[in-house]
Structure formats: structure tokens, C-alpha cells
Design a binder for this molecule. Sequence first.
Ligand SMILES: Nc1ncnc2c1ncn2[C@@H]1O[C@H](COP(=O)(O)OP(=O)(O)OP(=O)(O)O)[C@@H](O)[C@H]1O
Length: 410
Amino acid sequence: MQLGRSDTDLLAILSSEIAKAGATRIGVAVSGGGDSMALLHLATALGERFRIEAITVDHGLREGSTAEAEFVQKVCSTLNVPHATARWTGWKGEGNLQKRAREARYSLISEWAKRRKLHVVLIGHTQDDVAETFLIRLAREAGVDGLAEMDARFERHGVTFLRPMLSASREDLRQFLKRHRRDWREDPSNENEMFERVRIRRAIETFEGLGISTESLARVSQNMRDAREVLEADARCLGKALVTQVQGDLLIEREGFLFAAKELRRRLLVKALRWVSNADYAPRRAPVEELDHAIQEGRNFSLAGCMITVTKTRIRIAREYNAVRDIVEHSPSWDRWIVDGPWEMGMQVRPLGEPALAGLENWRESELPRKSLMSSPSVWKKDVLIAAPLAEPSSSWEAGLKSPDFLASL
Ligand SMILES: Nc1ncnc2c1ncn2[C@@H]1O[C@H](COP(=O)(O)OP(=O)(O)OP(=O)(O)O)[C@@H](O)[C@H]1O
């Protein structure tokens, strides 16, 4: 492939993003659409120092998806790029189809990347995707974080994904393919106005007269990313200054908390709630704001599987008994804990609960209050309590947190 001037620009963008990641074994996620096909061809032009492999996920959800995967495979074989097709068969007809398909796609791509020992996986999002996502988030009344999507680099399932083409437009990539007479497959859903993204794409074209363009929306999104960086750094500092960890509970010094700015308080609460409940996702904004209100007024609150107890001087965030009462595991890993001791077949880990706690002699010597101990792990054999490591330390059983240090996790 003979590269021209604007090709060199595109290649320079790609090279610089890959250099930042220091990667040489590179995976490309290729749907067969214009963006990812252009990315594939550009990646193969990077030079011999780089080993390129490609994957296509066949979701099997619409007619033609298998033909698209075969198309990508054929192109890859002419480029001498090893290609894999991963099939998704997990759709059970429940929940949000697009969300499930995306999650499955990342999971299949990550498994492949680990198996093939790839350093990074490239995906083909462009400036247009940034602008569309910005408007979609605007319609959802997002805050700084929502408007700051998309990151040029992120980790998923232990794999690094790069979006190297965020500063190029969809049209730049289509033109690149046309110049080199390279083919791609147009996804028919890109024209289907049932999808919000398609309606937003059409709307952006009508904004030009107002001075709002793909480029300007993408720039505002970058401003939001810069703002997010500062807010995150400040929230980390606030956490380090105000939070003490006692086993699995977090104590926040209340006076300092009340003096902090509203957005920093919200960020600190989200971090604390996610750590205590071991959650992948942040709770929604409105209930966190209600919690903030409760803290100002000195009221206790319950949110996201956590119990928040407020006194004059401090805020305790602990796991809520009701959120774990039905969790029974037949292995040492329970909720956010791992128990360690002479494990035998037939043993179970459950929350300690009220009656068992009342039967213990020395629980008052623990540094944790009764309610926190109720939701702590305990080991049982049939109905016999073997160990309650947090409520009654023993020499043979311990309980360690899966994410042991809150301050280090900030
Ligand atoms: N089925 C798939 N198999 C492999 N990679 C995919 C698949 N679907 C999406 N991707 C990757 O994720 C990127 C973004 O996907 P998204 O669905 O947002 O856009 P798209 O319309 O599929 O992009 P494209 O124009 O490349 O088709 C794609 O550019 C591609 O790198």
C-alpha cells in the first residue's frame, strides 16, 4: 500500500498512540465496518517491528453477521494477519440486548488477547463516536464523568484497549479506504433510526449552522476529561485526609467532609460505597445526593448494599446485613472477603448474623460495632459455627479483604 500525505497523518496518529503504550504485539478488533477496517489496514502499515492479529466477534444476531466475519477473515488472509472469529451464543432474550452484546464482545476479545499474549487491542472509535456519545450523555443530564467519555486507553478484564483514532473523523477513515480501494461492510443498523445513536448522528449535521460540529463537541469532551482529572486528584486527596479504614468499615471525619465542595463529597462517597460493596459500577447520582443530605442532617442512611451511620464527628460506611444475608458460599471466597483456615469439605461461609453473634463470648472486644460484625464472614459446618474471624479472632482462622487497602485503591 503506497501511502500519501493524509495517510501519513493517520499513520502518525496511530504510531504515537501505540508508542505511548509501548506495545509491539497488537490485536485489532475488526467488525468489518469502515472504522475498524481502516484501522486494520493502517495497523498493517506500521512496520515489521509490530506483530498484528485480528478478531471478529460474530454475535449471530442479524442476518449477514457470519458473512461479515468471513469477509474480515478473507481480507486478513490476504494481509497475512492471523484472524480469529469468536461466536457469541449467550443471548437469552433478557435484559438490554445492545449492552449484553457489548459486554460479551469485550469478554470474548479479552480472552483472545490473553490467549494470544497481545499487549494491547485496538478498537476503531473515531471523533464522531466521541461527539455522539457526548450528546447521548447530555440527554441523560450527565455530570463531568459522563461527558468525558471516551478514553483513549482503558483496561477491561485485565486487557489494555486503545482507541487510537479518536482525533480522526469517520469521514477521514472512509476516504482512506476509498483512496486505496479497500472494501468494508456497512452495518445496516447504522441507518436504523430506532437507535438513538443514529438519530443523534443525523441531528449533529443540522447543528452546523449553530457553530456546533463534531470537532467542537469532541473538544468540549476533552475539556471534560481535563476537568475530571483534577476532580479525581482532589477527591483522592480528600479521601487520604479524612478516611480511616477499620477492617472492612470506612470512617470519614464528618467536619472535614462537610467543609468539602459538593462534587468532591459525592466522589468520595461513591468511592467509599463501591469499595465497601465491592461493586463494579457507581451508584446513581440522585441517591448519592440524598445520602449527602442525610449526612448533613446527621441521619443514618442505607445505599448500594451499605449502611451509613452518622454521628456528630464521623460517618461510618459498613456492609449492610440485608445485602449479604442470603449469600452462602461453599468455598473460602465470600462477598468481599476470603477466609483462610483449615478448610474441610462440607464447610460454608455465611454472614455471621444476630443470633450467632449473641452467642459469642468476646465480640465486644472487637474494634467493630455489632452491626458490622453481623455482616462479617463466618464459617459453618452444617449448623455448627466453626469460626467468626472478625468477631472472635482465633489462631487458626482469618478473614482478609479481596481489596485490602481503601486508601491504596483511591
Ligand atoms: N463484532 C465485532 N467484532 C470485533 N470488533 C468489533 C465488533 N463490533 C465492534 N467492534 C470494535 O469496536 C469498535 C466500535 O464499535 P461500535 O459498535 O461502537 O462501532 P461500529 O459501528 O461497529 O464500528 P465499525 O465502523 O468499525 O463497524 C469497532 O470499530 C471495532 O473496533
